[in-house]
Each structure stands twice: as structure tokens, then as C-alpha cells.
Design a protein around this ligand. Structure first.
Ligand code: SF4
Ligand code: ZN
Length: 291
């Protein structure tokens, strides 16, 4: 790897992404793809990769950033999102928890076992609403191979097998108001994403979120990275087991309703975002979820 030059590396990483897009038909002609752009390395690579893929297919791109309201952290990410979108000539729609929900993550996180719980719920909610309003056919997220393995183990550890249906490079339409998601970096290891950003001197947001160390995901990530050195191939083995399970489980379908309070798609009668808003307004301590 040390001798690999930049052009060869770029060829390798973009060919793998292109093959995934074409193999799974993640994008179809004339679609509008909304890239969830945090400014971190994964979302920035997704934006660059989808811009390049326009060479092969005619479709449109827009980017959406969501400012969760994490003081001293998120604004740097937004700067990187703005710069990359501008350099690539892609429109960036900027959203925030404060404007959409009336509070910043910093204001409410202490009500939860982990800040990632409300963060994930409201970010997904705002992304979906925005992409839907823009008329996007799909949302492209920067989930890489390591993220996918972590998510798989998190669901496994919780016995939450319904979530297995959310794995794979694309999520089907299960409700007309839920914009389908694609993951162009689904089989790209995190270390390759980092190397791409460094080799190409890409403007990305490198800081760690101040809340991330509290999450189950961070602990699983640390476990995997520590043990991958000692047991090389560990991550691949988990991914392979997971793909075998997926072939058995991919007929899981979730029936979605519309939230009684806000109308967004949900598997219950009230969506997670509204449920959390009620908890926050009641000033309840919730320890039932963990991201
Ligand atoms: Fe949000 Fe958690 Fe990610 Fe921080 S680490 S941005 S709190 S999901
Ligand atoms: Zn709702």
C-alpha cells in the first residue's frame, strides 16, 4: 500500500464504488440523488464519487447538510460541506435542528443515555423530510464497510433482528414518504476513505464528535479495530456471516404507518422524533435507547 500512487489508489477506490453502483443499480437514469453531507470524510467521498459517476449515467445531484447544534464541532463540518459542494458545483441545502425542531442537540442531549439517540433520530427525520420536499428519488449516505459491520453487531447485540432488513447497499421503498437510501461506500473500508482524503488533500472535517465516546457504536468500533490487528480478517469474516444471514432475512418487511402527530413514516403510531420531543418536553430521563 505504501508504494501505491495517488492515481492508482483513486482508480481502485472509485472502480469499487462504481461497480457497486452498477451491480446493485443504486442509481437510475434521470433520478435526483440527495447526498447527506456532514463534511466528514465518508460523506465527502460519497459526494465526489457520485459526481464522477455522472460520466456514466445521466442523473442529478443535490447535497443536504444538517447542523445538529454541537458547539465547537459541527460548524467545522459544515464549512467542509460548503467547500466541497461549491468546488464540485453541487447545490447544498443547509438544515439545522434549531430551525427545524427549535432546539440544538446541546440543549437536550443530557436527557438521554447517549447524545447519539436523539441526534440520529432527528437527523434521519430532517434528512428524509428535506429530500422528500426536494423531490429526491434517493438519499445517498456515507456509510462505509466498517459502519455497516458495527451496525450489524449493534443490532445483533440487542437482539433487534428486524434491523437486519436495513442492511445492504440499498433500502427499498417501504412507504411513499420515506425516501429510499443508498450506500455507495457499502463495501469500502474506512481506512481507504481516510487514505483517499489524505492522498488527495481533500478538505474534510476530521475532529471527533465530543459525544461519540459515549455510544455503543464507539465501543464496538474500538473492539473491532483492536482485535483486527490481532486476528486479521475478523471484520471480513463478520461481514461474510452477515451477508449469509441477509440472504435468509431479506424478506423481512416492515409495514409503516404515518405518525399521528407529524405525518412522517413510522413503524408505530407515533414516530421516534415525536416520542423524543414529548420526553424532552416532559423533562423525562430516558434510558431505554442506546445508539
Ligand atoms: Fe450525533 Fe453521536 Fe454522531 Fe455525535 S457521534 S454527531 S452525537 S450521532
Ligand atoms: Zn412524528
Amino acid at each position: 500500500m505504501a508504494k501505491l500512487d495517488k492515481d492508482e489508489f483513486n482508480e481502485m477506490i472509485f472502480s469499487r464504488i462504481n461497480s457497486l453502483i452498477s451491480e446493485y443499480e443504486l442509481i437510475k437514469e434521470n433520478e435526483l440523488i440527495a447526498v447527506a453531507l456532514s463534511g466528514g470524510k465518508d460523506s465527502v467521498l460519497t459526494l465526489h464519487a457520485l459526481k464522477r459517476y455522472q460520466e456514466f449515467l445521466d442523473y442529478d445531484l443535490v447535497a443536504i447538510s444538517v447542523d445538529e447544534g454541537i458547539k465547537g464541532y459541527r460548524s467545522h463540518g459544515i464549512d467542509a460541506a460548503v467547500n466541497n459542494a461549491r468546488d464540485l458545483g453541487i447545490e447544498l441545502v443547509q438544515k439545522s435542528f434549531l430551525e427545524d425542531e427549535g432546539f440544538a442537540l446541546d440543549d437536550i442531549y443530557s436527557e438521554f443515555k447517549s447524545a447519539c439517540i436523539p441526534c440520529g433520530v432527528f437527523r434521519r427525520n430532517i434528512l428524509n423530510k428535506t429530500a422528500y420536499e426536494l423531490g429526491a428519488d434517493k438519499i445517498a449516505t456515507g456509510h462505509n464497510l466498517d459502519d455497516e459491520i458495527q451496525s450489524f453487531l449493534m443490532s445483533f447485540a440487542r437482539g433487534d433482528t428486524i434491523k437486519f432488513s436495513k442492511f445492504g447497499p440499498e433500502l427499498d421503498v417501504i412507504h411513499p414518504k420515506l425516501v429510499p437510501r443508498i450506500k455507495p461506500l457499502w463495501n469500502t473500508p474506512e481506512k481507504d476513505v481516510g487514505l483517499w482524503a489524505v492522498l488527495n488533500e481533500i478538505d474534510i472535517h476530521l475532529e471527533e464528535c465530543p459525544y461519540s465516546h459515549l455510544s455503543l457504536r464507539a465501543k464496538i468500533k474500538q473492539f473491532l479495530n483492536n482485535n483486527e490487528d490481532e486476528y486479521p480478517g475478523l471484520k471480513n469474516n463478520i461481514m461474510e456471516s452477515f451477508q449469509k444471514i441477509l440472504t435468509f432475512e431479506n424478506d423481512i418487511s416492515t409495514n409503516l404507518n404515518e405518525c399521528k402527530l407529524c405525518g412522517e413514516p413510522t413503524s408505530s403510531s407515533i414516530c421516534k422524533a415525536c416520542e423524543i420531543k414529548q420526553l424532552v418536553s416532559q423533562d423525562c430521563k430516558s434510558h431505554i435507547y442506546d445508539e
